[in-house]
Ligand binder design. Structure first.
Ligand SMILES: Cc1cc2nc3c(=O)[nH]c(=O)nc-3n(C[C@H](O)[C@H](O)[C@H](O)COP(=O)(O)OP(=O)(O)OC[C@H]3O[C@@H](n4cnc5c(N)ncnc54)[C@H](O)[C@@H]3O)c2cc1C
Length: 389
């Protein structure tokens, strides 16, 4: 029988961040942690890899410098409606850093191991059983017993399904495509390379409650662009086109034929203020608890959940009390919780008020007001997270 005090299922940003924050804030607990990861690093993870400033701030607070990971920086982020809108720059720095998730997660796992935290790769969790005095996790390589379990196994994870089986699930559908930076030489239209990272909300008019994106990136050192489409599914009951359609239209404006590239899809489970995030002895973090509903941004969010879960777990061991009754409140009251609530509200306004005039008003006419509101309510939250005990 394998027994651990803290078992973390999933070695993505949320699981690794939880372990790293425990190691920083409650170092006596770090030898008592085990992370179970079903894949082997560096493992693929479908993601555009856009890191906002808050992700970098949280990593800095852990003493980590993400510039060690191969990356491409976008100096501005454009929020457009039908190719025109507002753009955000951050004084004296990049607006968005774009990494590849295989490289980023491998780097973060290496940092976690260097703190003496054990990660076992290639072990898949199959079932979770709750008891008053422990949790038993069944895997393809035997059972593990734990005092506390952290479900960091992402949008499709098993933990949430077993511990909160009947909870309503809000899941966005997302498609992603990688292309070269330049279209085929035969293309006669707009050929200049696009600078920066783009979000265009034009699909909102067709009941796709989301946007098309286009980011600069690199794959094995070669400059590429990452395109994709995000749909929260808030308007799932309305008539909508195939998700590929608006993405293909946007890419064709720049000379790329979607049919020539491999399209991959994966869901994102998003945050709702009503989401349950714990039961006695088990906490959820990252996508398992809920990512940003507005943009589907989840890396900084996953890192932020890790900071809060670590506090909750450290205090539980100090008090020998594992109900985790206060975890949801801790999340909702934190800077992370406040921006998640703000983005949940913004998603319901921007995607439900789907008239052209409203989108033009938001993205083109009210620019300064929108930038100010976004700065106050939806961005720049990482520095308000607990940075040390
Ligand atoms: C197409 C797409 C594009 C995106 N683009 C961005 C972006 O640009 N910026 C951004 O911030 N966010 C983006 N996101 C969201 C982001 O990828 C997620 O929010 C983030 O990965 C959540 O981290 P996590 O640690 O909670 O889960 P994950 O990263 O999904 O990690 C979960 C881990 O658990 C492991 N696991 C799962 N099940 C088991 C099991 N049964 N046993 C053991 N291990 C298990 C998995 O192998 C994985 O390593 C995107 C998502 C998608 C789908």
């Amino acid at each position: 029988m394998q027994k651990y005090d803290i078992l973390i299922i999933g070695g993505g940003p949320s699981g690794l961040s939880t372990a790293l924050h425990i190691a920083r804030d409650f170092p006596n607990l770090s030898p008592r942690i085990l992370i179970l990861e079903k894949a082997h690093y560096p493992r693929p993870k479908l993601c555009a890899g856009g890191l906002v400033i808050d992700a970098e701030v949280i990593l800095q607070n852990l003493g980590l410098d993400v510039s060690e990971v191969p990356h491409v920086d976008a100096d501005r982020i454009h929020f457009d409606f039908e190719a025109k809108g507002l753009n955000i720059r951050v004084p004296n720095r990049h607006a968005l850093r774009v990494i590849r998730r295989d490289e980023f997660d491998n780097w973060l796992a290496g940092k976690t191991k260097s703190k003496g935290i054990e990660i076992r790769e290639g072990i898949k969790v199959k079932n979770v059983q709750l008891f008053d005095n422990e949790v038993i996790v069944e895997t393809d390589q035997g059972d593990f017993h734990a005092q506390v379990l952290v479900g960091a196994d992402g949008s499709n994870g098993v933990t949430r399904r077993y511990i909160i089986p009947n909870a309503p699930v809000h899941t966005a559908r997302v498609l992603e495509v990688l292309t070269p930076t330049q279209p085929s030489p035969k293309f006669n239209g707009f050929k200049e390379g696009r600078e920066g990272a783009y979000f265009d909300f034009f699909p909102v008019l067709t009941n796709i409650a989301g946007y098309v994106w286009d980011f600069p990136t690199q794959v094995n050192g070669e400059a590429m662009r990452c395109w994709g489409i995000y749909d929260t599914n808030i308007l799932a009951n309305e008539k909508r086109p195939q998700l590929k359609e608006p993405l293909a239209n946007e890419m064709s404006r720049f000379g790329f034929d979607l049919e020539k590239y491999e399209v991959k899809g994966y869901p994102i489970r998003w945050f709702s203020p009503k989401n349950q995030m714990s039961v006695p002895r088990v906490l959820l973090v990252g996508d398992a608890a809920g990512a940003d509903p507005f943009l589907g941004e989840g890396i900084s969010i996953a890192l932020g959940y890790g900071a809060l879960a670590a506090r909750e777990i450290g205090e539980a061991f100090q008090q020998n009390e594992f109900s985790f009754n206060g975890y949801r409140c801790r999340v909702l009251r934190s800077a992370l919780g406040q921006i998640l609530i703000a983005r949940w509200v913004i998603a319901h306004i921007v995607y439900l008020f789907k008239w052209r005039w409203f989108q033009i008003l938001v993205w083109r006419i009210l620019k300064p007001i929108i930038i100010l509101l976004a700065w106050i309510f939806a961005l720049n939250w990482g520095k308000r997270m607990p940075s040390n005990l």
